[in-house]
Design a binder for this molecule. Structure first.
Ligand code: SF4
Length: 239
């Protein structure tokens, strides 16, 4: 399946599904608990599981595969055994590129990740918003992406989606120090009423990144909407 999230991706692949970060804006959990609930894979909603038959997939040389857009492969709840199984498949497909994306980039450091992977992190802001998610704090994610940048072993990618209000100078400087292969920036598409920056401020961030020769993929860019009271989903099976 082609990714709805990134135009540069040619395929999505979900050998592990489900997630326990409980982001208030999670479209994947919503999908798993509603439209996909009757399918075998999501019979238990968004409860994390390894989909063994997905480990037999093959991809074409030149494909760019987004790994786990229906979960977080590097969430702390994922058994190492599952991660090694997925990395072994990736390592054997040397002429295919894979995009990993997590809200827990610290865990990348614990595994021998093949060099045909781009290590991605979703980081909505440089400021910490505990009310939107149970994931590691946004600034901690930035910190570990900086450590990965210093290690210089992989290309890096940062998804700032859905973007949350940020400190312009600090966020831009951290991103420029990380020097990712690319950044994708977009506002929430699901009417969650998140604490968003103004469009003018986001455009200034994009300008700073592009002036530093960082590729920016523009997703939904619009004026901010009114903030709602945010409630985290604590039951991974609840819609
Ligand atoms: S990290 Fe958040 S948005 Fe992504 S799958 Fe997990 S709960 Fe959903």
């Amino acid at each position: 399946m082609r990714s709805r999230m990134f135009s540069f991706v040619t395929k999505t692949w979900n050998p592990v599904v489900g997630c326990m970060h409980n982001c208030v804006y999670c479209w994947a959990r919503q999908l798993a608990n509603t439209k996909l609930r009757e399918t075998e894979r999501y019979r238990n909603g968004f409860t994390p599981q390894l989909i063994k038959k997905e480990l037999n997939v093959t991809f074409r040389n030149g494909d760019f595969v987004f790994v786990c857009d229906m979960g977080d492969l590097f969430g702390n709840w994922v058994p190492s055994d599952w991660i090694y199984k997925v990395l072994n498949v990736i390592g054997a497909l040397k002429f295919t590129d894979f995009l990993l994306l997590t809200k827990n980039p610290q865990r990348y450091m614990s595994y021998p990740i093949p060099t045909n992977c781009i290590l991605g992190a979703t980081i909505e802001s440089d400021q910490n918003y505990q009310s939107v998610s149970d994931a590691p704090l946004q600034f901690d994610r930035l910190y570990f992406m900086l450590k990965l940048a210093e290690a210089k072993r992989h290309k890096l990618f940062i998804s700032i989606e859905p973007i949350l209000d940020f400190n312009l100078e600090l966020f831009a400087n951290m991103l420029i120090r990380i020097r990712p292969w690319a950044v994708a920036i977009g506002y929430d598409n699901y009417g969650c009423g998140l604490p968003e920056p103004s469009l003018a401020k986001t455009m200034k961030l994009i300008e700073k990144l592009e002036n530093a020769n960082i590729t920016v993929y523009r997703k939904t860019l619009r004026e901010k909407t009114a903030v709602k009271r945010l409630e985290k989903v604590t039951n991974v099976e609840a819609a």
